[in-house]
Design a binder for this molecule. Sequence first.
Ligand code: ATP
Ligand code: MG
Length: 564
Amino acid sequence: MNETGTDFIRKTVEEDLASGKYSDGPVTRFPPEPNGYLHIGHAKSICLNFGIAAEYGGKCNLRFDDTNPGRESAEYVRSILRDVKWLGFDPGERVYFASDYFDDLYRFAVRLIKEGKAYVCGLSPDQIRETRGTLTRPGVESPDRNRPAEESLALFEKMKNGEFEEGRYVLRAKIDMASPNLCLRDPAIYRIRKAMHHRTGEKWCIFPMYDFAHPLSDAIEGITHSLCTLEFANNRPLYDWFVSNLTDEPRPKQIEFARLNMSYTVLSKRKLSRLVEEGRVEGWDDPRMPTIAGMRRRGIPPEAIRKFCDMIGIAKKDSLVDVALLEHVIRETLNRTAQRRMAVLRPLKMVIENYPENRSEELTAINNPEDPSAGTRNVPFSRVLYIEKDDFMENPPKKFFRLAPGREVRLRYAYIIKCQSVVKDDATGEITEIRCTYDPATRGGNAPDGRKIKATIHWVSASHAVRSEVRLYDRLFLKENPGAETQDGDFTDSINPNSLEKLSPCYLEPSLRHAAPGERFQFERLGYFCVDLKDSTSQNPVFNRTVTLRDSWAKISARSRRGA
Ligand code: ATP
Ligand code: MG
């Protein structure tokens, strides 16, 4: 059972099962159109559909809704399969394509024509739009509405045989031009499209519309519960019209739920593909993208995405989920699972004057304080180290407790050191090196005399360090709701120009030398990082920051609990 308890969809499924309607358990489907990469909104739908099938002993199909040649491709099919599996769901043999049903759908269309429930219409797309009417004004019937069935059949056959140009004719369902529901005003169900289809090639030049193909694909596959987002609520009567006119019981039931919207994020394939096409990101799998491929490259574990989808639950009303909640779940997951390492991202050289030139020693470091079974590792210490630039200040303000001239700090797992002097670049005045001494009696970090040391900082031994590039990511958008339509301009206006910072050289402790692509770590005091899946090599390691350590969500939720 999911964490938020039983939502309204699971309740419906339970009632239907209790009534004995579906003896083989529920059959759900996840129906992506292969015209882009999956994003975290799709993850919500995947978790819901595969989750229900697993919880109630049913099945879930992965069905590619490939009825729009031109915008769809085999690359997208491959990426979707990969992403669904990576998320933790395996459709096994149950991978289907709407294009597998083109013959059946064609026969369904012919049957509607023969039964007087569909006709070939010669109005242009503009004329069809203009005669559809409005919410307050009924539509105008097409002059072709009462075309004899034989004539429509002959025209439909010619449409299929490629005898007409695109847009010359469409096949329309004959329902009700005065219906208060605009979806029922003789919707188009087949149109001419002379484009190469990534699976059927040039076999077809007429393609079924989504509203026709979708319910009938559901019926063909024996789907029991067809879960979709709220914007399809108006299409439900049409869904039912096709299913009840063309198929026998038991019939699939469409249920709508609120789509996922997330702050500082756009979740629309159209918008995401614009970001890719306009070169605003480095591709669909750019770690700043809310795509599953982007999140994988960013270092987000699939279990964190599943947990997030579980926590946001399923509702009937649209809302905007705070991206800080996702970050919170990622931190919680990685805190339990990611091993700790030391890494210096903005290096400042430190020389320990009283440590012998050619000596080094191994110190013991804990891999994960949250998980004793993760054990320990050795970290080399020597005379020349790197520390983080902002862990030192020559003239520290009152509240700065880290290193400053004359002051002591603890080097994590190592010794207490004291800053004796700084070396500056003559020309720029910039600090290039700090000179320190260490207290040999404090190995491991504790002073035998019990003197108080306020700060512990991380460090890396210079001669042992792994040189690396580290990429820091920030939110891609500056506005909370970048997807909201505006009068002037569009969502790209609020792109954050500083969403990516590449740091190099960074210095990592040597145990990171053999980290595998995709492996995740906590860099102590800095955040969670992973080895980039694409650009990292053993000569030039590249790490991505998944998320910082500070959690703003804990504060946000505490505040909202107090009702502030
Ligand atoms: P987009 O708006 O991103 O183009 P779409 O609905 O056109 O999405 P599809 O490939 O048709 O993309 O979506 C496959 C399934 O995922 C559909 O059942 C759809 O309802 C669901 N889905 C898409 N976006 C979201 C979302 N933001 N939240 C929840 N479910 C979603
Ligand atoms: Mg869609």
